[in-house]
Every structure is written in C-alpha cells, then in structure tokens.
Design a protein around this ligand. Structure first.
Ligand code: FAD
Ligand code: UDP
Length: 384
C-alpha cells in the first residue's frame, strides 16, 4: 500500500480517487459503517431518501469542482429555499437570507429595491473594524433584524453569542434588497440525482482502492506499512489533544417520517431562530424531488457533546489550531485534509477543491508508479 486514507468523506474519497488514478495503491478506512462521511444519504425505513447527518445541498462557483464530481454522478437541478419563523406562536415565515419580501412583510411596508436599500442604510449600525459575527450582522441589518433572525439562532447553534464568533460565520448569509429568495446564488446548484452515497460509491470503485468501513485509525495505524497517510479526522485527536481539545459543535438529528403527509412545509428548510431547542427542520423530498405518499423530515438539535460536526471559528480556537498546524507542517508522511483535518468551516465544494489540490501536490512530488489496473478489488461495503 502506498497510502492510508483516514475518512471516506469528500476529503478522503476525492484524494483516494486522484491517487489511485495516478497509480498509487490506496487503503481508505472509516470508523463509521458507511462511506460518504457527513454527506451520507440512504432510503429510510419508509423508502424516503434522507441525509443521516442533516441536509446537504450542493452548490459551488467552481466549474472545476462541479466538472470533477460530474464524472461520478448526474445531477438534479435544485435551488434551496429557506423560510425563518422568528416567532413560533404566530408562525409567520419570512425569506432567509433577508430580502425585499422579508423587510416588507415584517414591517408592513411596500418598498422597492431602492427603498429597501435606504431602509437598511437607516437601521444598520456601521462597525469598523468588522471582526465578529455580531459586527457583520449589525453592520448590514441593524439590531432589530439581528435580534429577530440571528442572535437567537446563533446562540442555539453555537452555544455562544454572535460577538464571540468570527465574522465569517454570519457572513455566510448575505443581505438582499431584491426578491431573490434562494439560499445560495452559486453558479452551480444541484443534487446528485441518485444521492451522495451512490456518487461516493462510484468515486471509490477503482482497482487501486480498497475501502474498509467500521475501522478506526488507531486500530490499523501500527499494522500498515505505507509511504504516507492522509488524515481527515480531527487534527487534535491525531495528536492526542496534546495542546488541549479543539472545540467543535455537535448536533443531534431527530428524523421523523410522516405517513400520508405528501408535503410538510413549503420549502426545503424552515429555520426557528428564537423558539424550540432545534434550529431548523428540513423536508428531504424538496431536495430530492422524490414522489411518495408520506414525507420525512429532520430536526437539528445543537449540542456540546457528540460527533464533531462544526469547527467553531474564533480567534482563540484559531490560535490553538495553529499549534497543531505547526506540528502538521513538520510532518513529511502525514497530511491533514477536510473540515476536521484543517479545522475550517468548509462547504463540500471547498473540501473537494482542497482535496484535489493536495492530491495534485502529492502526485507531482513523487515519481509516478506504474498503474496497477489488473487486479480488481473486492466489492466495497456501502453500509452495515
Ligand atoms: P467528513 O464528511 O466528516 O468525513 C470525515 C470522515 O472521517 C468521517 O466519515 C469520519 O467517520 C472519519 N473519521 C474521523 N476520524 C476517524 C478515525 N480516527 N478513524 C477512522 N475514520 C475516522 N456543505 C455543503 O456544501 N452544503 C450543505 O448544505 C452542507 N450542509 C451541512 C449540514 C450539516 C448538518 C453539517 C454538519 C455539514 C454540512 N455541510 C454542508 C458541510 C459538509 O458536511 C462538509 O463540508 C463535508 O462533509 C466535509 O467532508 P470531510 O471529508 O472533510 O469530512
Ligand atoms: N444564521 C442565523 N440565522 C439563520 C441562518 C443562519 O443566525 O436563520 C447564522 C448562524 O450563526 C449560522 C450561520 O449563520 O450558524 C451560518 O448559517 P448556515 O445556514 O450557513 O449554517 P450551516 O448550514 O452550515 O449549519
């Protein structure tokens, strides 16, 4: 084996494929009982396609990333829409990101685009410098809208105040003066037509790739003889937390099937910034376009304990990460990649781009091996 890849999510699978095509023999392990990492999807007990680890909507401006994944999947065009219910008692729902409709409906106005821009200019609280997520939101929409749509959601999601999070978190959500109610405006927005897991299966089926699921890094590490390791698990875990634990935010997913309910909500996701212990409800049929007499939804409950889903971006955590990164930089045979390996709040497309770049660097750095194309590996387990 030339390379051990820890993690069969986007980071690991994309690296594995690139290295395999360059003739390297790769072993991919994942401690879960399935491939596809957090993007794993499957038919639930009622035959509805669901995402086990919360809704994953593919969007990118990178033609290269989109073209690359298109080798392994067809796509179903899908533009995600989100409504926010700031007061669950009256259940009025407003487009999120905030747009012209949000402002007019919330304040009983009838402003045109220029009117909305002028309105926002009046209510915003200019901040300079803009460092925290609170700065970002107050600077763009002011305190009232911040408290309606952002402060409560953020406290619930991250367990800390907007002012304690780097600006990049809230900056993921734009503010619009027009009627565009799409969550993303990327050039490419689509869902893998047979799902993410099917796409990963195609990514990982290659004569030079062997996949073992249900396998922990600690259990194989000493036993394998290889030139290099690509690690997409938490970087602090790899180093035995020697500088302390990097903070992560986790989620508990509450999946529910509603028999006989053809459609539960008007859009893919409804956010609840101020009520309930969960942040949002997603109805999967919007994402997949599936027809079914019932429907399946998921509620996301943020938690401090549990699987590490989100790095928590703020200066203190960035400083701690830098200590681990310095160790990583000194390694010659281990490379860290992905949301947990690089401790970055990456979307899927960013992980793919990062994995392609790492694979290219490694392939360019080492002399080419003769492709080993003759030996077909055993069929890969999809899930337990
Ligand atoms: P992962 O998918 O986490 O894969 C890492 C894998 O490594 C895991 O399967 C894990 O089991 C394995 N592993 C870790 N440690 C070990 C070990 N010691 N031994 C063996 N295996 C190990 N992105 C979008 O672009 N659009 C979205 O709509 C979107 N929605 C999201 C919603 C939620 C709730 C979450 C949590 C994330 C969302 N993301 C979304 C982000 C997306 O999930 C990530 O960008 C992407 O999955 C990261 O891929 P990865 O390979 O870095 O990590
Ligand atoms: N956010 C918010 N209210 C919303 C939506 C988002 O306050 O209705 C903030 C919140 O801090 C959230 C961040 O913006 O964590 C990023 O939102 P996004 O939907 O991108 O989060 P993800 O899908 O990654 O969980």
């Amino acid at each position: 084996m030339d390379c051990l890849i820890v993690g069969a999510g986007f980071a690991g699978a994309v690296c594995a494929r690139e290295l395999a095509e360059a003739g390297r023999q790769v072993l991919v392990i994942d401690k879960r009982d399935h491939i596809a990492g957090n993007a794993y999807d499957h038919a639930d007990g009622h035959g509805v396609m669901v995402h086990r680890y919360g809704p994953h909507i593919f969007h990118t401006n990178s033609e290269r990333v989109f073209e690359h994944l298109s080798r392994f999947t067809d796509w179903r065009p899908y533009e995600h829409r989100v409504l926010a219910v700031p007061d669950a008692r009256c259940e009025l729902a407003y487009p999120m990101p905030i747009n012209r409709t949000t402002i007019n409906k919330l304040y009983g106005l009838d402003l045109d685009e220029a009117g909305v821009a002028a309105f926002l200019d009046k209510v915003r609280e200019p901040r300079d410098p803009i460092k925290t997520s609170e700065d970002v939101v107050l600077n763009s929409v002011g305190r009232h809208l911040c408290n309606k749509f952002f402060r409560g959601y953020t406290k619930k999601q991250w367990g800390i105040d907007l002012s304690e999070l780097s600006g990049g978190v809230a900056a993921r959500i734009p503010t619009r003066t027009n009627d565009d109610d799409r969550y993303f405006t990327d050039r490419f927005q689509a869902m893998p037509s047979q799902g993410y897991t099917a796409m990963f299966q195609r990514l990982l089926v290659h004569p030079n790739i062997e996949v073992r699921v249900g396998v922990e890094y600690a259990d194989v590490s000493p036993q394998t003889d290889r030139a290099m390791t690509i690690f997409s698990g938490p970087i602090d875990e790899y180093y035995g937390h020697r500088f302390g634990h990097l903070p992560y935010r986790s989620l508990r997913f509450e999946h529910e099937h509603l028999p006989g309910v053809a459609q539960y909500q008007d859009v893919g996701t409804v956010n609840f910034p101020n009520d309930h212990a969960y942040t949002r409800i997603t109805e999967f049929k919007h994402l997949s376009g599936q027809t079914h007499s019932g429907t399946s939804i998921v509620r996301e409950y943020p938690t401090a304990e549990g699987d590490p889903y989100y790095p928590i971006p703020n200066p203190a955590n960035e400083t701690l990460f830098k200590q681990y990164e310095a160790l990583a930089d000194a390694e010659t045979r281990v490379h860290f990649i992905g949301r947990l390996g690089q401790y970055r709040y990456y979307n899927m497309d960013q992980v793919v781009a990062s994995a392609l770049a790492l694979a290219r660097k490694l392939i360019d750095a080492a002399p080419q091996r003769a492709p080993m194309a003759t030996q077909q590996r055993a069929a890969m387990p999809m899930a337990a």
